[in-house]
Design a protein around this ligand. Sequence first.
Ligand code: FAD
Ligand code: FES
Length: 328
Amino acid sequence: MFTITLKNNKTFQCSANDTLIEGARKAGITLEHSCLSGRCSSCKVMVDDGSSEPTMDEVALSQKEKEDGFILSCVRTPKTDMVIRAEDLSEYKLAVPKTLPAKIKNIEKLTEDVLKVELRFPPNQPLNFMAGQYVNVIKGNIKRSYSIGNSSKENTGIELFIKKYPDGLLSQYWFNEAKINDLLRIEGPRGTFFIRNNASYKNIIFLATGTGIAPVKSMLESIAGLSEDFKNKNIYVFWGVKFVNDLFWSSENLGLNIKYFPVLSREKTPSTEVGHIQDVLLSKNIDLKESVVYACGSNDMIHEAKNKLTENGLPDFNFYSDAFVTSN
Ligand SMILES: Cc1cc2nc3c(=O)[nH]c(=O)nc-3n(C[C@H](O)[C@H](O)[C@H](O)COP(=O)(O)OP(=O)(O)OC[C@H]3O[C@@H](n4cnc5c(N)ncnc54)[C@H](O)[C@@H]3O)c2cc1C
Ligand code: FES
């Protein structure tokens, strides 16, 4: 067993056979993560002391990040005692993931390549989750990740926003075969993409591309229920899609004072911005030193946004993300 020390000096014991995330979990400590397979970089941490070895290729790390001392704690086992700059998220009391049956309650085609699928659980098996978390959907031997798109107030059912991938195995099922009352299995809740209690910042900025709006919608709905805590905040939402017909959601009817910027990358209209969301955000001259950013969707957007925003004053640790990397 090795002793692992975190940012707040909390320690836990981790065996040489467990990844740092798994060892922490066994000790009752939650570290930031999402895919748990080395592809999204949510679990990236700086090592201040000690050594570890990768259980698989850390594809989500650049050569420079590796040279600078970063590792992916979901695919690293310790070789010595270690000191790592990881945040301890235990205060959030996340529900333990479980597997439960779910039936399709409704399917709605929102755009040419996005479906909204509502799933319901047996009445005695609700799913407790934090707004922003995701689930794995299991159909036969296929397992794919989807973010929960509704708020955590309603836990007898969830809604998912599903993008069609032309050669995608589960896309084939969702878009050509799925019907009401089909029985699936759900594994979750998963991930640590949820609103943090760092309420001292003036601005909360949400960045989403495509179906990455799902967890943002969930978080906004949960913020709406806590409007007292958030009424003095400036809430910004930048949502990027290709064409105006891809916009299947709007921030109206939430009862929140949101500054909402739909951004199109391939079309110009009078009521939308054009370009990439991270550039549109920078053009608004928001004080990034006083901001927290939650970004979800394409991996490229997340990497570019993090680099550009931290170069422009956003504190490094105020950027939270969930990258929709391919699940297989
Ligand atoms: C934590 C997490 C949350 C997610 N939440 C959502 C969500 O809410 N809604 C949603 O639509 N998707 C979401 N995704 C992405 C989704 O899980 C994958 O896109 C999934 O692989 C699609 O399954 P499929 O069987 O249709 O395609 P697959 O059979 O897995 O893939 C077929 C081919 O399609 C392409 N492809 C598949 N997924 C992607 C991708 N994400 N980016 C680029 N190319 C891809 C690849 O070329 C791949 O070889 C999430 C992913 C993660 C990790
Ligand atoms: S790379 Fe570790 S959680 Fe995704």
